[in-house]
Design a protein around this ligand. Sequence first.
Ligand code: ADP
Ligand code: MG
Length: 336
Amino acid sequence: MLSLVEGLEMVIQMNEFQFIDAIKPKTYKQPSLIKGIGDDAAVFRQTSQDIVTAVDTFVEDIHFSTKTTEPEHIGYRALAANISDLAAMGAKPAFYLVSITIPKNSNLSRLQAIFQGMNQLAAEYQMDLIGGDTVSGRELTISITVIGFVDHERVRYRHQAEPGDKVFVTGTLGDSRAGLYILQNDIEVKNREYFIRRHQTPTPRVAFAQALSSLTRVALNDISDGIANEASEIAEASKHPLYIYEDKIPVSQHFNQFSAERQRNWKLFGGEDFELLGTVPEKDWPMVQNAAEQTNVQVTAIGYVGDLKEANDELVYLYENAKLRPLTKLGYDHLK
Ligand code: ADP
Ligand code: MG
């Protein structure tokens, strides 16, 4: 006879297997995949391109709240954040793996809904779920690893910014933060659904980044923590200052209905828009505009990379109300 502990473990095991079975894809789409879910590890074969990989972890009540977010959207946003990192490297998404920590007494259908949300977005990119891990723990935690491919010499590093480059950004900034504010305060505003959608189901700019593939040099970074933070990451990596015009930062229609202070905070420091911030040689700017047009993405020139030694390299400067000031990051620091 089984001891009580062994019996309990069996129940947990059974549930774990059932769970994995429920989320396991029926078919795979990526031609390079050799073995997906079901063995000790997944296998794919890649010979002609570079492999790009990233991981992001989302903890309940830090990165998302089950009170303001539907399970589908939790999954969707978590994968979108990861895909956005691949886009910012110039890579084409191919695979993802999901490590999930599940609190006791979790509702199976809600967990499945999280995976459905991921699956919905993954389908747009023919991405396959090829593995993961399932454990129990105190907080619902989702850690996603993504894998993508990029042609040799076409990876888009932050350090590639050069003096004289144009600085540009896709889409409009601050919308996701506005959407979160609307949800948290349950308020009626103009374009309410638009802002909420931008928060719940952001669009990673994969197609746009792919359309830049003929350019030999572009520095890219995705806006996950706010443009102030992302611009300093490019400045630090490239060791060149970035100059940004505050009044050129694109915002959406009706963004101006919020207080001036909120507008400023959200467009500079509001995260999770998952737009791309980039720099390109001036001569290539028309090709960037072309790529934007082809992929139906708005692109706006907002500044330039400094070429004067008078500035403190590695810093971001903001032209605001006819003044030029260093822009502090003020992003969210998990270790502080
Ligand atoms: P092992 O004990 O060898 O680590 P597991 O029992 O953890 O294997 O997982 C069995 C299979 O299910 C593996 O292919 C693993 O990648 C997959 N898997 C487990 N958890 C998840 C998950 N949360 N998402 C996707 N695949 C998963
Ligand atoms: Mg395992």
